[in-house]
Structure formats: C-alpha cells, structure tokens
Design a protein around this ligand. Structure first.
Ligand code: ADP
Length: 398
C-alpha cells in the first residue's frame, strides 16, 4: 500500500470513529434525560433488542426499572422464568436489582425451582447486565444436564479408584508376604495363589470398566447384524457351566428355536452370561437356574430365574446402577465387580430393549431381557426359515 492510500484510509477511519462517538454521546445524553418509569419502552431500549431476543436460543429477559418484564425470548417462557409479566424467581429479581443499582455485570449459578409444585430444581447460569439507563438484561442458560453429567463422571472416577484400590493393595501386601516367607515354600505357594486370584479380579474389573465405558460412549450399535438369540443363550449357558458345576447348580434351558434380533452377538452373549453368572453366584448349592427364551408379540424375551436369596424390594431399583451391591461383602466374595447388571442394562438399551427384575427375598429372582424381534424389510417378523440377510446399516429393525 502506498503512502497516499494509507493516508486516505486513515482519514476514513478517523471520520468513522468520530461519527460513532457522536452517536454514542447523543444516545447517552438522551438516556440521561429520560425518566425511567415514564419513558416509553421503544425509546429507552437500544433499537433491535426485541429482534435479537426473538432469535436467541437461551432465555433472555429485559426488565425495566419497576422490575416489570418488557421483553423476553420464547425460551424464557418455556423455562417458566416469566409469568404474568414478572420474573418468577426471587433470586433473579434480586440479581437484576443489584445490577441496576451499581451497573456492574454479574454472573451467577442458581438452583431454581422448576415450578410451583414439587421438589424439582434446575441449575441455571445467569448473566445479568445493565441495558440502557434503567433496563437490565438477563441471559439464563440451563446447565442442569451438564451438571448431572459432570456429577456422574465424578462419581464414576471416585468409584473406579476406590474399586481398584482393593485388589491393587491386596497384590502389594501379598508380594510383601511372599518376600517375608521366601524360605517357606508352602507359604509362598499359598500367597502366590491368592495373588493370582487378586490379579484375575483386577483384570476382570478393568475389562468391565472398559466395556461399560464403551457401551456408554457408543449409545447405539454400529453395524447391527441378524443374531440368533437361541444360539447366543446356548453359548452363554455353556460359558457358565464351570461356575454352576462347582456349586452343583443345574441350568435348565427352555429357549424357543430361531429367535432373532438385530444387534451384536458378543454383547448379547455377555448380557445373558452376566445374568446367569449372578443367578449362580447368589444361589445356594444344589439349586436350579432356568433360562428361557420366547417370542412375545414383537419382542424377544429372555428370562433367567433362580432359587437364590432374592433381592429386597427397596434395593431392586438400584441394582442396575454402577458399583451398586446389595451386600458388598458377599459380592466381593463371589468375585463380583458391581458392574455386571449396569453392563446388561446398557447392552439392552443399545439394542432398543430393556431389562427388568422380579424378586422375592428367600424365594429367588427372575431377570427378563426384552429386545425388539428382528423384522424383515416389509416390517413383518423375520421368517425363521430364511434368516440370513443383515439389515441396512443404521436401521437395526429394517
Ligand atoms: P456384582 O458383580 O456385585 O454381582 P451386579 O451389577 O451383577 O454386580 O449386581 C449388583 C447386585 O445385585 C449384586 O451385588 C447383588 O447384590 C444383586 N444381585 C444381582 N443378581 C442377583 C440375583 N440373581 N440374586 C440376588 N441378588 C442379585
């Protein structure tokens, strides 16, 4: 750029700045001379405010000097922040007054009631700023979901660290014991055996934590395939035989042939295996576990019934939570990680199904997995005689 062009541009820039300054001073003077309570809204608010608020996704509210709401975005009404031309929540009114008094922009996280009834609270992030001489603008965002996700993540990390500490600590102590007993081969063998158990437990825990994290991240199945549920149930039973034989528990299978769903076979085997594993772990020696499969309307139902200790009514809603155990000591003694049912729940959800429990203390439990039965492209149920085609990707029931 030559010197002349630069000089001309600099001149323009100067003119523009001057013009903006004059407009700002005039606007400010007009604001100073206006009486806040009597000035019509159109003249006291910067032009275009209404248009901007109308397109805002977050809740935006303008209140005047008498705390009356003069403008708001649709979200502000939807979130129940404004009613009858007033701010519903005393917390927001208080913030607006503070800002009007000293003109200082404020930001605050508030826990606001969701409605006039009940205990529901929402976490709202409010940013409040003066607008013109007498108005105040409130921008309010719902952070409830973000806070919940953060809490779940924090709990999970805390739980994982706690759960890992036990086997890691155990392995450390056993290693010390082996060093101390190096001249006593019998003791060394005993400690080494226990060390093996602890390290197996640790490996299982890490595997389940990774499995669960994957299931939670990938909310849906990537490439659902036609899965033979009958075969999957069979495989899960086979896998569980070692544990059931050790306790002389008979596993009775009553699964209808050719049950089909679209999904991931390995995951479905894992889900059924976890339920059978629990049925065996929480039942006495010599009892019976029944595994059933049938088509019920459009759903494939897999049930695992045991004659074990049962689950108290009050605990039944919580057993699907990560690391929740009715009896921590018993779960650990059986090698449980507290993640088995959380994994089952996520596998079912990823397949568009669910898992429920019926249980009575002292009588036993029945866990039921329900999954949408595979339908052919015309929407009818897959004909068991010709079931080979995989569905088009992304449409698990196509
Ligand atoms: P765990 O690894 O402790 O078995 P799960 O998530 O599989 O973890 O199960 C959570 C808790 O639910 C168990 O600790 C146990 O208290 C209870 N539970 C699960 N299945 C059964 C069952 N079939 N009978 C009795 N209690 C059960």
């Amino acid at each position: 750029m030559d010197a002349t062009t630069a000089a001309v541009l600099a001149g323009f820039a100067g003119l523009l700045t001057g013009a903006l300054a004059v407009i700002a001073v005039r606007y400010s003077e007009r604001q100073q001379t206006q009486l806040p309570d009597t000035t019509p809204l159109a003249t006291s608010l910067p032009p275009g405010v209404g248009d901007v608020l109308a397109v805002l996704r977050s809740s935006a509210i303008v209140v005047d000097s008498a705390d009356a709401v003069t403008k708001m975005s649709p979200a502000a009404v939807a979130y129940g922040l404004v009613r009858d031309g007033e701010l519903v929540h005393a917390e927001l009114r208080h913030l607006a007054r503070q800002v009007r008094r000293d003109g200082v922009i404020r930001e605050s996280q508030l826990e606001l009631s969701r409605g006039p009834l009940g205990q529901g609270r929402s976490i709202m992030q409010a940013r409040v700023a003066p607008l013109g001489s007498s108005h105040v603008l409130l921008l309010v965002e719902d952070h409830t979901q973000a806070r919940r996700v953060e809490e779940v993540r924090r709990d999970f990390v805390a739980n994982v660290s706690h759960e890992l500490k036990t086997p890691v600590g155990g392995i450390g102590l056993l290693a010390e014991a082996i060093l101390d007993a190096k001249d006593d081969p019998v003791a060394v063998e005993r400690f080494a055996g226990r060390m093996q158990v602890e390290s197996h437990r640790l490996a299982q825990l890490v595997k389940e934590i990774v499995d669960l994290s994957r299931l939670q991240v990938a909310d849906t199945l990537h490439e659902p395939r036609l899965v033979d549920v009958t075969a999957a149930v069979h495989e899960a039973i086979d896998y569980s035989r070692v544990g059931s034989d050790a306790k002389q528990i008979e596993i009775a299978e009553a699964c209808a042939p050719d049950l089909k769903v679209f999904g991931d076979e390995d995951l479905l085997v894992t889900a059924v295996r976890n339920l059978i594993g629990n049925a065996v772990a929480y039942s006495g020696n010599g009892t019976r576990v029944a595994v059933g499969g049938r088509l019920n309307g459009d759903m494939v139902e897999i049930t695992v019934t045991d004659q074990g200790q049962g689950i108290p009514q009050a605990e039944q809603a919580r057993i699907f939570e990560r690391f929740y155990r009715v009896d921590g000591a018993r779960s650990r003694a059986t090698g449980g990680t507290g993640l088995g049912l959380a994994i089952v729940k996520h596998i079912c959800a990823n397949h568009g199904g669910d898992v429920t429990v019926w249980s009575e203390e002292g009588r036993g439990s029945t866990f039921t997995i329900r999954l949408p039965a595979a339908a052919d492209r015309s929407g009818g149920r897959i004909d068991p005689a010709s079931p080979t085609a995989a569905p088009s990707q992304g449409d698990p029931r196509a």
